[in-house]
Design a protein around this ligand. Structure first.
Ligand code: CA
Ligand code: CA
Length: 249
């Protein structure tokens, strides 16, 4: 209630019900004013407490909302992680089955392996990372192919021509610069002979758009003789395995 209204109420009560009371001195209204202004003046203590309560309630509501949102986010994250784990497990199982199937049908020397120049070559149609492809080759007694001559490059390229189904359908070979950027090593630990390279246009470019770690493994396909390109080692690709012909007696 405003100050002016309080003063008015006090004066009208005394005039109606109690004539014995002396007429208030001119100081009384001032006293009343002081009384109200110290203890109950509108806009003083009570509204402040009310504001605090209102503030506390708002904070509680905000905290409650944040808790609900946090719980929802944690639940969503948990579901996503679970789904990712399940997907990875399924993929891993499929890859293992594919590898086992390849092992069973291709470990024998006369199946799948193509002889050429004293070596045997296996063209894997399973898309795996560079490391997984290398493991697959090793499980069959070989390794990713090392290219030692122009003639060998030409042979492989001719063979890929009939195996590539689309432009990005490429094959890992046994060359990587994953140990030190720009220093290309074959899987038999020999350095790349810079006079015997078959890089495509603008390659190697260690492109980081697809993978921030860059491109440290080499894949090849059908592009005349210049068919090499560096690629993220994590990218799933087909691959070419090689082993000496004498390994099969
Ligand atoms: Ca690189
Ligand atoms: Ca590249």
């Amino acid at each position: 209630m405003a100050e002016a209204e309080v003063l008015k109420n006090i004066k009208s009560t005394r005039a109606r019900g109690n004539t014995d009371v002396a007429t208030p001195s001119t100081d009384e209204p001032t006293y009343c004013n002081i009384h109200y202004s110290k203890s109950q003046r509108p806009g003083s203590k009570q509204p402040a407490a009310s504001n605090r309560r209102s503030g506390v309630t708002s904070e509680r509501v905000a905290l409650l909302l944040l808790s609900v949102l946090l719980a929802a986010a944690v639940t969503a994250l948990g579901v996503t992680l679970h789904e990712n784990t399940q997907t990875k497990k399924s993929l891993q199982k499929l890859q293992e089955e594919a590898t086992n199937l390849t092992d069973e049908t291709c470990q024998r020397c006369k199946n799948c392996w193509e002889p050429h120049g004293g070596k045997l070559y296996f063209f894997s149609s399973v898309n795996l990372t560079w490391n997984e492809s290398r493991r697959q080759c090793k499980s069959m007694g070989g390794d990713l192919v090392v290219i030692n001559s122009r003639e060998e490059q030409r042979f492989l390229q001719t063979r890929l021509r009939g195996k590539m189904e689309f432009y990005e359908d490429r094959f890992w070979i046994g060359l990587t610069d994953s140990q030190k950027e720009g220093e290309w090593l074959w899987v038999d630990n020999t350095r790349l002979n810079t006079s015997l390279t078959f890089w495509g246009d603008h390659e190697p470019d260690d492109w980081t758009e697809e993978d921030p770690d860059g491109e440290d493994c080499l894949r090849m396909g059908e592009e005349d003789l210049v068919s090499w390109a560096d690629k993220s080692c994590k990218s799933p690709q087909k691959s070419i395995c090689e082993k000496p012909e004498k390994a099969c007696g």
